[in-house]
Each structure stands twice: as structure tokens, then as C-alpha cells.
Ligand binder design. Structure first.
Ligand code: COA
Ligand code: AMP
Length: 627
């Protein structure tokens, strides 16, 4: 195994030789000669003269190497009571036929395709089919409501949308088709076609000729060979929450992404061909893109796609069952999932019913891993429990305890050290490096490594304004934290208006826009407050318009429903109070951070710029009691 310090130092002092070596593990149509184009800072492009196809790297090359019979994908679906698996050869066949079907519908290199699907194998097939054609997919999480889907349709302007008749949440069937129809109705841009996977739990009426059933679309489809794309061509757009209501379209390129993910599987996760790898997340999130779909397939591992929950499908032993049945080598999920298991089965009694001896490592990310949850998982499993930190924008981990390099001690509460490639610096407000132990803005010195976002979709300006303008030469992660004397990084939370609910990233701005849309609401503030299960949940404070005559309980119900209808149930906004006024600075900015800290039981310093301190004092009793 390699030495962390030497590997890290090499990646920073000479990134070109570092990434040139990593790139050798990828099958190129045209191998890179130039590694980094840094001629137009702050925009950097990796492997600017190279060409490849990502689906060829995920599928064809394993089949060509004689591994067609190896299992590529296991679908385990307690919500439908079904299990199935696909070898590399079978997955390749499905992907090339769906690519043929999409091509018949007019999808070509560079065209966008929105994928709005639950956790079914067809989601993986659709992503890889787009990659095969050089088309740009944009997967939208199935838990988002019509308005959120519509915002993404208008921004990405897809030629085709691939969706399903329904998803299943534990034992509740969620019809997707009415949500899709509503989203298209709300959008200025109209897709030419929708390919709909009919699921037996709820078949959907189709609006011909726009809608085509998946089975019909692939019936006579000719398999398509992988199209050559530039390494710098976009593979996908993934929308994520920013500080305003408009989501950010994070762009991922083909070449840097393939190289970085391949490197991460070996060096961070220590996973290779034939290992069974399970990421219990959703294909709609970045964790799902990178580590359910692309990375495990690029390295030739078996990936598990789980359509279920950690609890309730049917109980808190579900994860142990999946590990035992499929002989999972490593599991990656969000801390929330473990908090949910711990809540239902505090002693971990259900674990003794299953043989989980195949499991080597548990990886957790997506939100802060609290030391209690780390300790519980470590004690129950008797295995390394690895916290690692990353973001939609970065596409792969920024900080981790790298399992493919020489072992490093784990310190609970810290995701350990910066991953090679990521020159992490904690900066104080003046832009100087903070002393060890002192909190500041966690930033990354440019250039970011391969696989990280090159820009935002059609919005270079917002890319620069959001991430690159706070400190020149640095990417601003939006997280605050510190580095200790031993070089371990501690990520303490967002410094902006992004909140993290059960590992789902949401913008308080989006929720505020929905609450403000209610006719009785004059203004509002939404903040993330601590929640034992979900890490954070949103809490809303609303001020009524003068003369509004509403029953506060009725208003609360209406506001909760509005958020469910316009953002989605995942927002989990249930805590809402009607208040007389909101505390502001003299320039009119609502003091959200101060409010949040009081709600979390802290005693914040009240900014000297507060306009009227009595407004805050009047709110304290409300904030300090549960809503
Ligand atoms: N489609 C439709 N609705 C969805 C959905 C989807 N794909 N995913 C979640 N929802 C709904 C849920 O049904 C729930 O609805 P309800 O309010 O009517 O009950 C709501 O959104 C909130 O869902 P969730 O956040 O999942 O909370 P929960 O209370 O149902 O479950 C956990 C709690 C901890 C079990 C669950 O959050 C979990 O499994 N978390 C793992 C986190 C994760 O994988 N994060 C991904 C990043 S790595
Ligand atoms: P997302 O883009 O949805 O992956 O969310 C990214 C955000 O989740 C980060 O900016 C952090 O705030 C938070 N996050 C992810 N992983 C961790 C972690 N291991 N520790 C602390 N916060 C995390």
C-alpha cells in the first residue's frame, strides 16, 4: 500500500504526473497528451485533448476482457418483494438497446435527457445509455415535486424525459406520471418525448404520441455502439441546492470523472473487480451517481441497487439482510440511516440473525457523522467506520481515511485528512490561513482535481460568483471547520443557507419562497435546526400580512402542504410558528444564523448591526420551546 503523505504531496506538487498515471487505468479512444489546461483561470480543464466513452469504460471493456458473466448489478427491492441481477453482458445489452431507442427518438451527442425514476435497474440503464450516446443526463430525485422537476426541465431543456409510472415509499405507491405531466405543463420548454417505464403497482395512462412505454421503445431498438466524446464534454448535469431558490446545475465532464472515480475506488474505498459494493443512497443524489452507478462499474465490481429503507422494509435488520444475502464487501450510506437503525434496534439485536462476515468497511457521508453514531456502528460491527466528506460539486471525496493507502488512525468527529488532489485550506475572513484548531471557511486551492465541477450549466458567471470569488485562487466549499495539530480536518457545518435534512441537501431560500407565496404571509425565515434522527430539519417563522385573519393551526397545515406540493415531502418542514416580527440588521437582512443558534439552545453573540434587539428578545421563548 502507498504512504498517504507521499501520495498527497505528489498530487499537489506535480498534479500532471500524478493524474497522468491515474489516467492509464482508463480506456481511451484517444489517450491524453495534455493533462491540464490551465490557460484560462479560474476555469481549468483536465485531459483537454483526450477522447473516450464512459459507458464503454463501465461495461464494454469488462465484457471484452472476458468478464461478461460477472454480476454487474443486483437489484434488491423489499418494497416490491423482488430481487434480480444482471451480468456485465446483460447490462451492456440493455444499455445499448435503450441507447438505440433514444437515438430513434432523436437523442444525439450533446442533447439533454432528464431521468426521473425510482430505484429500479432502468435508472442505471438510462444513465449509461445517455453516456453511450454522448447525451447529457440530468437525474432528478424522485422525491421532488412537480415544480422542482419543472425548474430543472426549463434549465436543462431535455429532448426526452425517461420516467416511470410510479415509485414505492415503504408501502405507499407514489404515482410519478401525474407529477411529470404537471411539471411539463408548468415548464416553458416541452420535451419531444417521454419514455415511461410501466410498473405493475400502478400503470399510467400515456399521452401518445409524446409518451412511449419503455417496453415498446426498446422492442425493435437496434443496439448502439459507444460514441466518441471529448474528455471535456459533459456527461451529466446534477442540480443541487444553492443559497437561492434557483437550483445550481453542477456539470460533470467525462474524462476527469472516469479517472477520478477509478482512482477513488482503489485508494479511498479499496474496492476492485469482483467485490460486492453497496451504496444505500438514491441515484438522484451525487452519491448515487458516483458510487451506485459509475465508480463500481468502472472498476468492474458488483453494485447493489437497493429499493428500500434502513427501517420499515420490513425492519431495522434490512441492511444486515442485504449484506448477508449478497455478501457485500463494503457499505456506503448516510449517518441518518444508522441513526434510524439505532433508534429502532438500540442494542443491534437484529444483527445476530445475519451473517455479515463479508463486510470489511462501513463508509458514511452526506452529513456530519456525530461521534455517538460512529461509536454505535463501530461497536456493533467491530469494523472500521469511515467518515468522509464531499459535495455534489466535487463528485468524489475531499477528505477521507483512505483505505487503499497505509492505515491511519480514526478520530471520531473528523473525516481524517484531505484526499490526494484536494489542496484543502481553512481561511479566516481576511483570506489568511487559520491556525490549527481555529475555525474558518474550508476552501480548496485551485485547480480542483479531475472529476470536480468545471462550471455550472450555461452559467459560468454564477460558477465564479458562487464558488471562486470569495477568496481569489480558491474554491469556497460553503462548509466551515478547522484542521487540528495533527492535520486532521473537522467539518462543522454549512456557513450559508444550505441545510442538510436526512442527507438531503435543501436550500432555505427555496422553502422561504414557497412560504412567502401564501397570500397571508408577509415575510418569513427558514432555518435548519438540530434533529436527533435527520441531523437537521427546517423550521419556519412567518409574519402575517397586516389584517390577515387566519387560524394559526390552519395556516400551518396549509404551509406544510404547500411545501410538500411544491418542493416535495423530503423537505420535512413541519415546524412553523407565526411570529410578530423577524429580527433584522439595519440593512434589512434577517438574522437567520442568530435565530438558528438560539433554536439549537446556544447563546449566540447578537450582531451589533441589529436594528431592534427587542424583536429578538420577544422571539426567544418561541425559539427555545419546540414548535
Ligand atoms: N419519492 C417520493 N417520496 C419520497 C422519496 C422518493 N424517492 N424519498 C423520500 N420521500 C418522502 C418520504 O416518503 C417521506 O414522506 P412522508 O413525510 O409523507 O412520510 C418524506 O419524503 C421524508 O422522507 P425521508 O427523509 O426519507 O424520511 P423518513 O422519515 O421517511 O425516513 C430515514 C427517515 C432516516 C429512514 C431516511 O431518511 C433514510 O433512509 N435516510 C438515508 C439518507 C440517504 O440515503 N441520503 C442520501 C444521501 S447519501
Ligand atoms: P451534497 O452536495 O448533497 O452531497 O451535500 C454536501 C454537504 O453535505 C457538504 O457541503 C456538507 O455540508 C455536508 N456533508 C457531506 N459529507 C459530510 C461529512 N462527512 N461531514 C460533515 N458534513 C458533510
Amino acid at each position: 500500500m502507498g504512504d498517504y503523505r507521499a501520495t498527497f504531496d505528489h498530487s499537489i506538487s506535480d498534479p500532471e504526473t500524478f493524474w497522468r498515471a491515474a489516467a492509464e487505468h482508463i480506456s481511451w479512444r484517444r489517450a491524453p497528451e495534455v493533462i491540464l489546461d490551465d490557460s484560462n483561470p479560474p476555469f481549468y480543464r483536465w485531459f483537454p485533448d483526450a477522447e473516450l466513452n464512459t459507458s464503454e469504460n463501465a461495461l464494454d471493456r469488462h465484457v471484452a476482457a472476458g468478464h461478461g458473466d460477472r454480476v454487474a448489478l443486483i437489484h434488491d427491492s423489499p418494497v416490491t418483494g423482488s430481487k434480480s441481477s444482471f451480468t456485465y453482458a446483460e447490462l451492456l445489452d440493455q444499455v445499448s438497446r435503450l441507447a438505440g431507442a433514444l437515438r430513434t427518438l432523436g437523442v444525439d451527442k450533446g442533447d439533454r435527457v432528464i431521468i426521473y425514476l425510482p430505484m429500479v435497474p432502468e435508472a442505471v440503464v438510462a444513465m449509461l445509455a445517455c453516456a453511450r450516446l454522448g447525451a447529457v443526463h440530468s437525474v432528478v430525485f424522485g422525491g421532488f415535486a412537480a415544480a422542482e422537476l419543472s425548474a430543472r426541465i426549463d434549465d436543462a431543456q431535455p429532448k426526452v424525459i425517461v420516467s416511470a409510472s410510479c415509485g414505492i415509499e415503504v408501502n405507499r405507491v407514489i404515482e410519478y406520471k401525474p407529477l411529470l405531466d404537471k411539471a411539463i405543463e408548468l415548464s416553458a420548454h416541452k420535451p419531444e418525448h417521454c419514455v415511461i417505464l410501466q410498473r405493475p403497482q400502478a400503470e399510467a395512462p400515456l399521452n401518445s404520441p409524446r409518451d412511449i412505454a419503455w417496453s415498446e421503445a426498446i422492442a425493435d431498438a437496434e443496439p448502439v455502439a459507444p460514441v466518441t466524446v471529448a474528455a471535456t464534454d459533459p456527461l451529466y448535469i446534477l442540480y443541487t441546492s444553492g443559497t437561492t431558490a434557483k437550483p445550481k446545475g453542477v456539470v460533470r465532464d467525462n474524462g476527469g470523472h472516469a479517472v477520478a472515480l477509478r482512482w477513488s475506488m482503489e485508494n479511498i474505498y479499496d474496492i476492485g473487480p469482483g467485490d460486492v459494493w453497496w451504496t444505500a443512497s438514491d441515484v438522484g443524489w451525487v452519491v448515487g451517481h458516483s458510487y451506485i452507478v459509475y465508480a463500481p462499474l468502472i472498476v468492474g465490481a458488483t453494485t447493489v441497487l437497493y429499493e428500500g429503507k434502513p427501517v420499515g422494509t420490513p425492519d431495522a435488520g434490512a441492511f444486515w439482510r442485504v449484506i448477508a444475502e449478497h455478501k457485500v464487501t463494503a457499505l456506503f450510506t448516510a449517518p441518518t440511516a444508522f441513526r434510524a437503525i439505532k433508534k429502532e434496534d438500540p442494542k443491534g439485536d437484529l444483527l445476530s440473525s445475519y451473517d455479515v462476515s463479508s463486510l470489511r468497511t462501513l463508509f458514511l457521508a452526506g452529513e456530519r457523522l456525530d461521534p455517538d453514531t460512529w461509536e454505535w456502528a463501530t461497536e456493533r460491527l467491530g469494523l472500521p467506520v469511515i467518515d468522509h466528506w464531499w459535495q455534489t460539486e466535487t463528485g468524489w471525496p475531499i477528505a477521507a481515511n483512505l483505505r487503499g493507502l497505509d492505515p491511519m488512525p480514526i478520530k471520531p468527529g473528523s473525516p481524517t485528512v484531505p484526499v490526494p488532489g484536494w489542496d484543502v485550506r481553512v481561511l479566516d475572513p481576511s483570506g489568511s490561513e487559520a491556525a490549527p484548531g481555529a475555525e474558518g471557511a474550508i476552501c480548496i486551492r485551485l485547480p480542483l482535481p479531475p472529476g470536480s465541477l468545471p462550471t455550472l450549466w450555461n452559467d459560468d458567471e454564477r460558477f465564479v460568483a458562487s464558488y471562486l470569488s470569495a477568496f481569489e485562487g480558491y474554491y469556497l466549499t460553503g462548509d466551515g471547520g478547522y484542521v487540528d495539530e495533527g492535520g486532521y480536518l473537522y467539518v462543522m457545518g454549512r456557513t450559508d443557507d444550505v441545510i442538510n435534512v436526512a442527507g438531503h441537501r435543501l436550500s432555505t431560500g427555496t422553502l422561504e419562497a414557497v412560504l412567502s407565496g401564501h397570500p397571508a404571509v408577509a415575510e418569513c425565515a427558514v432555518m435548519g435546526v438540530h434533529d436527533d434522527l435527520k441531523g437537521q430539519v427546517p423550521r419556519g417563522l412567518v409574519v402575517l400580512k397586516a389584517g390577515a385573519d387566519v387560524d394559526p393551526e390552519q395556516l400551518r397545515r396549509e404551509l406544510v402542504q404547500r411545501v410538500r406540493d411544491e418542493v416535495g415531502a423530503v423537505a420535512s418542514l413541519r415546524l412553523i410558528d407565526v411570529v410578530a416580527a423577524l429580527p433584522k440588521t439595519r440593512s434589512g437582512k434577517i438574522l437567520r444564523r442568530t435565530l438558528r443558534e438560539i433554536a439549537d439552545g446556544k447563546t449566540p453573540m447578537v450582531p451589533s448591526t441589529i436594528e431592534d434587539a427587542s424583536v429578538l428578545d420577544a422571539l426567544r421563548p418561541t425559539l427555545q420551546s419546540p414548535s
